[in-house]
Design a protein around this ligand. Structure first.
Ligand SMILES: Cc1cc2nc3c(=O)[nH]c(=O)nc-3n(C[C@H](O)[C@H](O)[C@H](O)COP(=O)(O)OP(=O)(O)OC[C@H]3O[C@@H](n4cnc5c(N)ncnc54)[C@H](O)[C@@H]3O)c2cc1C
Length: 387
């Protein structure tokens, strides 16, 4: 492929851009994908060892088609890759019986025929004795939920893409994207110009930056802290499920086991609390405030008997929020050659293969196998959008 012309240029090699690049390459089209940073950098949203996949989706049944397709593609990727990419741990979602985490997850599971069990507090204690729950609480168990080995899986997508002749360019920024009669012309920070049939913008928190996404006034990038805890000495994390825990007084905590060089750890964070204002252009991540650490340690001490309640490390990562916390998957109005995806609102990783496939179909002028209309930014028509 000449680097001066390609069918699709992908901006950003986070998990959405990587998945899009893989999908375009699988279709036999020429694709060039560009990222400002290196393949495992920590300045965006996709770094780290693990992410949760679940289909009993408290966020709503409208996600089911994308979830089902993503599940198929994660399994295909793992098979193709040869080494494990998914940790089939099951998932447990805990709260009061009427909480969003239990009741909304149950509704989506019912709507989608997702296998699940509803447990009262004593049954939860029987299966997973590490959680502390009040007697009025319950848990939805999804045996098919799992952990994704995040960085390994993203790099596996890039391997698959390169095997299909995708060209990847790291350490170069896309400085300008201009629609034209043959699609678009993209200028890199090096000054090089590339002509392409279409551009998929998957720039994570930088979707609010200088790219012509038309989403500038809509998106809010926030930094969220994530923490690692050690399991109690008596606990083996081998049987530890991925989990969500909604406290009766509010606040959703997520967690999942990890096995890194430091031995077994459980990664834990608040999903909907501790959001710090953030700009992706900042060179250094801010310190996690001490009172945030205290707050998560108190929550862990109260919710989890099987965890030592002192965090052993912590870091921040970006969520790119939309006003309704649903994604954006569409074309830029008035510029059919420009596709925009992402705005993950902190729950996008699990969807990457199906969102990437959808973006590839839009970019190549195909009818998407899953209609993304529900995720068009046109739903915010009354909200001012700044280019
Ligand atoms: C702590 C944390 C926990 C999470 N847990 C889960 C979970 O359990 N399950 C789940 O499904 N999701 C989870 N998520 C959400 C998920 O990780 C994100 O939705 C996803 O990673 C978003 O990926 P992205 O590709 O949109 O963005 P990013 O990963 O930020 O990628 C964007 C890329 O674009 C590049 N870029 C930007 N501008 C340019 C430019 N002009 N030129 C070239 N390159 C550019 C950047 O360098 C970056 O690499 C979590 C997120 C966080 C932060």
């Amino acid at each position: 492929m000449s680097t001066t012309r390609c069918d699709v240029l992908v901006v950003g090699l986070g998990v959405f851009g990587s998945a899009t690049t893989w999908a375009v390459a699988e279709k036999g089209a020429t694709v060039l994908a560009v990222d400002t940073h290196g393949p495992t950098h920590r300045y965006g949203s996709s770094h780290g060892e693990s992410r949760i996949f679940r289909r009993a989706y408290r966020e709503g049944a409208h996600y089911l088609p994308l979830l089902n397709r993503a599940h198929e593609l994660w399994s295909e990727l793992e098979q193709m890759h040869g080494d494990p990419l998914l940790v089939r741990s099951g998932g447990v979602f805990i709260g009061t019986t009427s909480s969003g985490v239990v009741e909304n997850s149950r509704r989506t599971a019912e709507a989608g025929g997702v296998p699940y069990e509803l447990w009262a507090a004593p049954e939860l204690a029987e299966h997973f004795p590490w959680f502390t729950v009040d007697s009025g609480m319950s848990a939805l168990y999804e045996p098919g939920a799992y952990g994704i080995l995040a960085t390994r899986a993203r790099l596996a997508m890039l391997d698959a893409a390169v095997r299909r002749n995708a060209v990847l360019r790291f350490g170069t920024e896309v400085a300008d994207v201009r629609p034209d009669r043959s699609g678009a012309t993209v200028r890199l920070s090096s000054g090089e110009e590339i002509s392409c049939g279409s551009v998929v913008m998957a720039a994570g928190p930088m979707m609010r930056g200088p790219l012509p996404t038309g989403l500038g006034g809509l998106l809010e990038p926030v930094r969220v802290p994530v923490y690692w805890f050690r399991p109690a000495p008596s606990v083996t994390t081998r049987g530890f499920p991925v989990f969500l825990y909604e406290a009766p007084e509010g606040g959703v905590v997520y967690g999942l086991p990890e096995w890194g060089e430091e031995g077994p750890l459980v990664k834990i964070g608040f999903h909907d609390l501790q959001h710090l204002p953030g700009e992706a252009t900042e060179s250094a991540a801010p310190e996690v405030p001490r009172h945030f650490r205290k707050e998560i340690e108190v929550a862990v001490a109260r919710m989890l008997t099987g965890i030592q309640p002192e965090a052993v490390r912590w870091r921040t990562c970006f969520y790119t929020m939309t006003p309704d916390e649903d994604f954006v998957i569409d074309r830029v109005p008035g510029s059919p050659a420009l596709v925009r995806i992402s705005a993950c609102s902190g729950h996008g990783f699990k969807f990457a293969p199906s969102v990437g496939e959808c973006a590839a179909e839009l970019a190549l002028g195909e009818t998407p196998g899953i209609d993304p209309a529900r995720f068009s930014a046109a739903r915010f028509a009354a909200t001012p959008q700044v280019g």
